[in-house]
Structure formats: structure tokens, C-alpha cells
Design a protein around this ligand. Structure first.
Ligand code: SF4
Length: 371
């Protein structure tokens, strides 16, 4: 039997007999829900995405409800998922479909691909799950499964390699049941042919899997370049004046775009970051033209957060500005209650959840320095 046919049959057989992966969007026919789940699942593991999916469906049961919601409220619901452009695109696409297209979701692969925030993978997923169209999904999971089973050693991160895998995926697709096939390959990659420790011993493909038969499972998929990891060091300044806190919207096209943050400095080296945390807060305030008298309350312990290609290190300096009548206009000033409703990056929420704001309500015992 043709190897591609064998692969397709075994995959569907596994899906029918062994696949018991439960996900809330599986077998879903409502295209709004399918689209929502696919946007959440971009760059997010299914286990993490589940609670966000349920949260969104509860808050916005229809695309019209999502379209009418204020963007900031949608960001707040998205908080912690990362890649915040997805959230912005989700909201603007909801508005386009609800208002310009009168609630009718585009129903061809090309028209779905034209929507903001949708690439070939998501367009293939929505086309097949929502409309039964014969488009194969291709992502990291699919690269891995296909490269191992067929023994393809073209790099998955090269332009030519991507084309080869795209064609191979399309050739293997069960065109009469694209939704079941696409679901099957995604689940198979997640629970059997996993990145580490694939379950080859119990795999229905084992007999003809080239990687397994040549004892080379660990050599696939082949990658051309190693992804570089970047480290970044931030020092946040949590300024309080008369019970209100200085915040700003992050406008840089960077991590956390459009979320709120405390005023901060980023450092090119760990050494400079450590030195900065020790320096007198007055230097920073002067540099920012903030001439108010102040108390330095404390400096938090450093926290770190792993993003996909970046390691973030951060700590926060808590500063109470005395009310000397001067208004500092360059920031928005929010109460603690208001802070709770603003969308913040996870690492800043970790600071807030560590109850550091309570320090502002404590007495002078916590004050380590006075100026
Ligand atoms: S035998 Fe192993 S490597 Fe091959 S498809 Fe199955 S799980 Fe993947």
C-alpha cells in the first residue's frame, strides 16, 4: 500500500479507536466558537487555552457580544495568555464580521485567510472544522509527525522544507473527512508522537515509521537554525501619590503591546540592572523630571518569566511620592480598585498578587530609606 494512504488510514483508525483526548471545542460546529478556539490556541497549549476559551464563551456567547465589548475589557480577559496582538486582532475581526459582514463568517479558505490574525494554519483549521473544506493543517505538531513517519530530513524552518511539508500534508489529507483527519493529526502529535518521549511502543504507525525503524526518532524534525534566546532586564517603579498609582499604556511594538505597565527602565545587561536596583530612587525620579519629595518603601525580590524566545527578569521599586501639590501629568493615576481592572503583563500581576501594594498601607516600619 502507498505509504501516504497507510499513514492516513492508520491515523483515522487511531482517531476512531484510541483517541480520547477531551477538549471543549472538539466536534464544535459553531464557526464563531471554532474561530475563537483556534485564535486562543495559536502559541498556546490546549491545556492552558481551555480555561480562556470557556471564559470567553461565557462572557461573549456570540460574535456580536464580543464585537460590542470595550477592547480593554477583552484584554483583561486575555491577560496571561501572551501574544497580545492576537487579542487585538480577535476584537477587530469580530467587529468586521459582526458589523461589516452582518454576522456572516466568511466560508471559503481564501476569504478566511484575509481576516486579521489568521494565517494558513488557522484558515485550514476553520475551513475544515467549520465548513468541511479539504485543507490540511500544518504546524509544529504536523512537521514533527510527518518528518518522523516519512523520514523527511528537509529543515522544517527553511522555505523549501516548509513547501515540502505543506505538500506532503495536503497529499495525506482524507479529503472526504478533513475535519476528522485534521483533528486526528493534531491530537496524535500531542499525545502519541510527542516532542519528547513519543509513545512509539504503542503507536499504530510503528511498523512503517521510518524514524522508528531506523532508530532515529530523536533526529526528527530537522531544524536549520537554533532559536536564539534573548534575556531582558526590567526595573519597574511603582509610584504612589495620595492613594493613586502611576501607570502607562505600553505602546512599543514589543512584548506586552497595549497592556498597562508601571513606569520602568530596561537594561542591556544584568550587571546594570542589579546596580540600578541598588541606586537611590531620587536619581531615577530626577531623570524623569519628577521633583516631588518621596519615600523609598522597598525593592521587591526579582521575578523571572519565560516567554517563547525571551527570558524576562524584573523587580520593582516601590516609591511613595509626598503630596507637595505638584501634579505629575506624564502618567495615568489609578486607585488600587482601578488597577485590578486594567490588563497587565503576567509578571506585573505577579508583583500585584504578591500583595506589594499593601506595603503602601503599612506604617513606617517597612520604610528602608527616606529622602
Ligand atoms: S513510531 Fe514513534 S516516531 Fe513513529 S509515528 Fe509513532 S510515535 Fe511517532
Amino acid at each position: 500500500m502507498d505509504l501516504k494512504k497507510y499513514f492516513q488510514q492508520q491515523l483515522l483508525y487511531w482517531h476512531d479507536t484510541e483517541n480520547n483526548r477531551l477538549l471543549p471545542w472538539k466536534e464544535e460546529k459553531n464557526v464563531y466558537r471554532i474561530w475563537l478556539s483556534e485564535i486562543i490556541l495559536q502559541q498556546t497549549r490546549a491545556e492552558q487555552g481551555m480555561k480562556y476559551y470557556e471564559r470567553f464563551i461565557k462572557a461573549y456567547p456570540t460574535i456580536q457580544k464580543l464585537a460590542k465589548a470595550p477592547l480593554e475589557e477583552v484584554y483583561k480577559l486575555w491577560e496571561g495568555l501572551g501574544y497580545y496582538n492576537r487579542c487585538k486582532n480577535l476584537h477587530s475581526t469580530a467587529q468586521k464580521i459582526a458589523f461589516e459582514l452582518k454576522g456572516k463568517f466568511p466560508n471559503t479558505y481564501d476569504s478566511i485567510l484575509e481576516l486579521k490574525g489568521i494565517g494558513p494554519y488557522t484558515a485550514a483549521a476553520i475551513s475544515s472544522f467549520g465548513f468541511g473544506l479539504p485543507y490540511a493543517v500544518v504546524d509544529g505538531n504536523v512537521f514533527r509527525v510527518l518528518s518522523r513517519f516519512f523520514g523527511v530530513d528537509d529543515p522544517v524552518d527553511s522555505t523549501s522544507g516548509k513547501k515540502i511539508f505543506q505538500q506532503l500534508a495536503q497529499d495525506c489529507l482524507a479529503t472526504k473527512e478533513p475535519a476528522a483527519y485534521n483533528q486526528a493529526i493534531m491530537d496524535f502529535g500531542a499525545v502519541v508522537c510527542k516532542p519528547d518521549l513519543p509513545d512509539c511502543a504503542n503507536c499504530v504507525m510503528q511498523k512503517k515509521c521510518i524514524a522508528f525503524q531506523t532508530s532515529a526518532v530523536a533526529s526528527y524534525p530537522v531544524k536549520e537554525k537554533k532559536t536564539k534566546q534573548r534575556s531582558r532586564w526590567f526595573l519597574f517603579y511603582i509610584l504612589e501619590q495620595n492613594g493613586r498609582f502611576a501607570v502607562q499604556k505600553r505602546t512599543a511594538k514589543d512584548v506586552w503591546a497595549n497592556l498597562y505597565e508601571f513606569p520602568n527602565e530596561e537594561f542591556a545587561e544584568e550587571k546594570l540592572w542589579k546596580q540600578a536596583a541598588k541606586k537611590d530612587a531620587a536619581q531615577w525620579l530626577n531623570a524623569k523630571n519628577i521633583n516631588s519629595a518621596h519615600q523609598l518603601l522597598t525593592i521587591t525580590k526579582p521575578l523571572k518569566q519565560q516567554l517563547s524566545h525571551q527570558m524576562i527578569y524584573a523587580n520593582a521599586v516601590l516609591i511613595r511620592l509626598k503630596n507637595n501639590g505638584k501634579k505629575i501629568k506624564q502618567y495615568e493615576w489609578k486607585s488600587i480598585t482601578e488597577l485590578k481592572h486594567l490588563p497587565f503583563p503576567k509578571i506585573l500581576n505577579d508583583f500585584l498578587n504578591a500583595k506589594i501594594l499593601q506595603l503602601f498601607q503599612l506604617n513606617d516600619a517597612v520604610i528602608t530609606q527616606k529622602t
